[in-house]
Design a protein. Structure first.
Length: 138
């Protein structure tokens, strides 16, 4: 049973508007009002108003912005999530993290600064900043 016949592989086919496949490499700028799943390699600027899924085994080089972001692959760049940012145990990030809610699972790693912003018009900002970004492994 294949991916397009409804088999579940991380996310269901109908739940994602745009997919960069496992064997695909994309370089450039991608903008979407829906959900995006990166399963292969992406280099450039990525912005979506919906959910952004960076799957296990995938690699993203560049800054990304999404409504809610789930990272199970590798990201070399800054991540901004207007709603929530989740780094699974397979996630590896080298860049700054900004989100309304940030979840970092045990076993994941990131190197950069973390900024948590409340979801309000005039956000109350809680910032965790170190003079020099440190590598963290959970």
């Amino acid at each position: 049973m294949g991916f397009f016949s409804g088999e579940k592989r991380g996310v269901e086919y109908h739940a994602v508007d745009t997919i960069i496949g496992e064997k695909a490499r994309f370089k450039g700028e991608l903008s979407s009002s829906g959900s995006v799943s990166i399963n292969g390699e992406f280099e450039g600027k990525l912005k979506t108003e919906g959910e952004l899924i960076i799957a296990r085994g995938s690699k993203v080089s560049g800054n990304v912005r999404g409504g809610s972001v789930v990272v199970s692959g590798r990201v070399d760049g800054n991540i901004t999530a207007s709603q929530s940012l989740e780094i699974t145990k397979a996630g590896r990030i080298h860049g700054d993290l900004t989100g309304g809610k940030i979840i970092i699972e045990e076993g994941s790693s990131y190197c950069g600064r973390v900024r948590v912003e409340a979801e309000e018009k005039d956000p109350v900002i809680t910032e965790i900043v170190q003079d020099e970004p440190q590598a963290a492994t959970f």
